[in-house]
Design a protein around this ligand. Structure first.
Ligand SMILES: *Cc1c(COP(=O)(O)O)cnc(C)c1O
Length: 406
């Protein structure tokens, strides 16, 4: 058996461990020390964000967004069903009604043409999720939000250092959320950031992040004591996390270039398959510079997807699928959604596979993934051919399979 190719592998790019030891020697391991400031300052400069606050995760950044948006029980929030659970959970925690909408078949991002029909008098916010680091149609989304007086909160967990019309994802709406989970492009194990683009929210965001106290102001010397002033929670990451992250941010361009090289090599390998109608690879609009966050392939049907997934795993290649659409999850069904509500989401989520795509992935490993997919299709064709022959004999009909739009 060949060695395992994991789906993801956390990595070190440079000074991570050195910076952690420096944080330890400086004697400050709680939040908001030097490394935290270095990280948020770096992002404010490079992404041209008004304010960035480091958080313990993207999930917690989204939870802060829901409080800042002043979500009350019964308020509605519009988002795709095809997303990670935290996008919805952060708002559900405040009692919001989650209004899911379907996705576009090309980018798998929320279909901006379905937003207006989902708006009611109770709608407070639109939450675009930039899937695979490819931007949603932000011009249209911002225009609708402006006309209807709604907030735009970007779930840019996967979109760190990607752009839309030259602007960094997360800095386009009123608020944005980043993830530095070990499966993302820039990592600190667990970690995240809140991006604040509308100045009105800065002061309250600092308070919510500091357990509902005005401690940030106190530390800046603007107050002589600090106290409980609002709701909030413990959303500050430790300096150990920030030290690790800063080493990664410093090398952001190295990391991104490496990921592009990996991504483009897959594109080169799999394009002939796409041309033969066997599968589909990611595509992105001209206005988007993606960050090579993930490489997925979409198969012609769910059975082929399931078969390929188990074949790859038999070859010791850890490929995975996602997401169980949130509307068809246990919680989604309890909210009154049912199967069939979002046909594009249901169709594509049943046909998609994510293949290994991480910083240390070697070309030989990519070759192994490619060869495994190739042999899968070769075997499948043999099988299909015999099935076709049998079927032709029995019913005189041919199996319609390849050559259709995937
Ligand atoms: C990873 C991810 C999250 C959650 O990020 P954490 O930092 O693990 O909380 C949220 N939304 C999307 C779209 C993600 O991919």
């Amino acid at each position: 058996m060949k060695p395992k190719i994991p789906f993801n592998k956390p990595f070190i790019v440079g000074k991570e461990l050195y910076y952690i030891s420096r944080a330890v020697l400086e004697g400050n391991l709680a939040g908001d020390g030097n490394f935290t400031k270095l990280c948020s300052g770096w992002m404010e400069r490079h992404f041209e964000a008004k304010k960035v606050l480091l958080t313990t995760s993207c999930t917690s950044a989204l939870e802060i967004c829901a409080i800042l948006a002043d979500i009350q029980p019964g308020d509605e929030v519009i988002m795709p069903s095809y997303t990670f659970v935290s996008t919805a959970n952060a708002f559900a925690l405040r009692g919001a009604k989650i209004r899911f909408i379907d996705i576009r078949p090309d980018t798998l991002n929320m279909d901006e043409n379905l937003i207006e029909a989902a708006i009611t008098g109770k709608t407070k916010a639109i939450v675009p999720v930039h899937y695979a680091g490819v931007a949603c149609e932000m011009d249209k989304i911002l225009q609708i939000a402006k006309e209807q007086d709604l907030l735009v909160i970007e779930d840019a967990a996967q979109g760190v250092n990607a752009t839309y019309k030259g602007r960094h994802l997360g800095t386009i709406g009123h608020l944005g959320a980043y993830s530095f989970h070990e499966t993302k492009n820039f990592i600190s194990g667990e970690g995240g950031a809140l991006v604040i683009n509308d100045e009105r929210f800065i002061e309250r965001a600092e308070i919510i992040r500091e357990k509902g106290t005005n401690r940030s102001k106190f530390f800046r010397g603007e107050l002589d004591k600090y106290t409980w002033v609002d709701i909030g929670s413990s959303y500050l990451p430790s300096e150990i996390i920030a030290a690790f992250l800063y080493a990664q941010l410093e090398e952001a361009e190295v990391i991104t270039r490496k990921r592009w090289a990996i991504f483009n090599y897959y594109v080169k390998q799999f394009t002939p398959f796409q041309e033969h109608g066997l599968l589909r690879i990611p595509s992105w609009p001209m206005a988007c510079r993606h960050n090579a966050h993930m490489f997925y392939i979409i198969l012609p049907d769910g059975i082929t997807r399931d078969n390929l997934l188990s074949y790859l795993n038999q070859q010791n290649i850890n490929a995975v699928f996602h997401y169980v659409p949130l509307h068809s999850s246990t919680m989604g069904l309890q909210m009154g959604y049912k199967k069939g509500d979002f046909p594009v989401t249901e169709d594509l989520s049943a046909r998609l596979i994510r293949i290994p795509c991480y910083f240390e992935l070697k070309m030989e490993d990519q070759d192994r993934v490619f060869e495994a997919v190739t042999s899968f299709f070769a075997n499948q064709r043999k099988f299909k051919k015999s099935a076709r022959l049998n079927r032709t004999k029995k019913s005189g009909k041919n199996l319609e399979y390849y050559g259709r739009q995937i």
